[in-house]
Write a protein that binds this ligand. Structure first.
Ligand SMILES: Cc1cc2nc3c(=O)[nH]c(=O)nc-3n(C[C@H](O)[C@H](O)[C@H](O)COP(=O)(O)O)c2cc1C
Length: 187
């Protein structure tokens, strides 16, 4: 069954996580609603050499991150879940505090209030106690904290394998069946 998933790419390192999520969801026939933050436009260009326009072409629908009046800002719009990949500390903080001044934290807050899954691939290191408190706060209101931490039991051969393993697990947590990661016992 085709699902409707919001993918937000924020300005933490690891724009490739959001890009791979879009590619995998597309290959599985799911509908994607993409928001790229202003900061992420820079990391997308710096880390991948691509533009936000290139990334937008991978999505079914794209939104201006400043547009808090977009359809996905309303709980009445049918969405099955949301992935923030990667999730910066700034966006984590906005979500944890329901500070919904922009579309990414607003759409995330809508998922939480409507009881829909929200998966945050938080990326920062090292983490100070304020970051850890924000993650706790977000988890307490229902977000799934899913940092892109590599596993090695699947014997990854390339950086792409490592990226796919993290993205595949995050998508699985959203209820999206996929083969992007090695399940224990299959490797
Ligand atoms: C190259 C680069 C890498 C960055 N990496 C991170 C990171 O890993 N984690 C993070 O929280 N912020 C990181 N930042 C800072 C964020 O881009 C910045 O806090 C920004 O305001 C986040 O805004 P957004 O959440 O609206 O995308 C990075 C910035 C740059 C330019």
């Amino acid at each position: 069954m085709s699902r409707q998933i919001i993918v937000a790419i924020t300005g933490a390192s690891g724009a490739i996580y959001g890009i791979r999520a879009l590619e995998i969801l597309r290959s599985l026939g799911h509908e994607t609603h993409l928001i790229v933050s202003a900061a992420a436009r820079h990391t997308v260009a710096q880390e991948t050499g691509r533009t936000a326009g290139d990334i937008g072409a991978l999505a079914s629908f794209t939104y201006d991150p400043a547009d808090t009046g977009a359809s996905i800002a309303s709980g009445s719009f049918p969405i099955d879940g949301m992935l923030v990949a990667p999730c910066s500390i700034k966006t984590l903080s906005a979500i944890a505090n329901s500070y919904t001044a922009d579309l990414i934290p607003r759409a995330a807050d809508v998922c939480l209030k409507e009881g829909r899954p929200l998966v945050l691939m938080v990326r920062e290191s090292p983490l100070h106690i304020g970051h850890l408190r924000l993650m706790t706060q977000a988890a307490e209101i229902g977000a799934v904290i899913c940092p892109p931490i590599p596993t090695f039991y699947g014997h990854p051969q390339t950086a792409a394998d490592i990226v796919d393993a993290s993205v595949g697990r995050a998508l699985a947590r959203l209820g999206i069946d996929n083969d992007a990661y090695t399940k224990w016992g299959e490797g």
